[in-house]
Write a protein that binds this ligand. Sequence first.
Ligand SMILES: [Ca+2]
Ligand SMILES: [Ca+2]
Length: 246
Amino acid sequence: MSKLLLSLFLVLAVTLVGCGDEEVDEQMPVNGEPPEVEHDEEAADPGMVEIEPELPRPMFVGTPVPAEVDHLEPPREEAGERPPLLAPEGTENVALGKPVTSSDPFPIIGELEMITNGVKDGSDGNFVELGPFEQHVTIDLEDMYEIYGIYVWHYHQEARIYFDVVVKTADDPDFTENVNILFNNDLDNNHGLGAGEDLRYIETFEGKLIDAKGVQGRYVRLYSNGNNVNDLNHYIEVEVYGKPVQ
Ligand SMILES: [Ca+2]
Ligand SMILES: [Ca+2]
């Protein structure tokens, strides 16, 4: 948890420095040392490798313009700046082809199977559209895994922001055993899972990476509550990078 806080702090710090470029540049301490890279320590671990999912083609170009939504993560200037997910060798997408259920079992568009079919293209015909307001989907990994990261593509034809995104894992389908909330930007607790403090973010072809830090679980549930364009909920793909529990 402290690591999460540190990451958030670093993001904030970088944002603040970035905003104040003009005034601050000359006053930056110059000590000849290159800036600390957040992942140095982990990268030095010989058992850890970088996980790079295959990305779909971008559906829009340029830096997304932030919508008028507060508590929003600043968009990255360029694609590919995101630090890679680090995970033990042998980690792979264990959600591929696994069964998906949902609070909306009869999607408006598409099928729930599309969420784990490996296709991340953002064009029409590749997303599932769930009903309005609070909805969730659950992936059964069909075995216990150590989970290192989860990538989520809701929709990337335009720079949308989905609300009340929560991602959690558990050992059982009712989410009563070993429940871990990995991400939560439901600021006012619409889902009743507790108010979250994670930032909202803009959807792009890169998907959202959620660090899971090796948490163990079999079931992954993802919540949302409409988006800044309409009240509906969409998924193109969810990838869960894990290793079987030994
Ligand atoms: Ca898909
Ligand atoms: Ca909310």
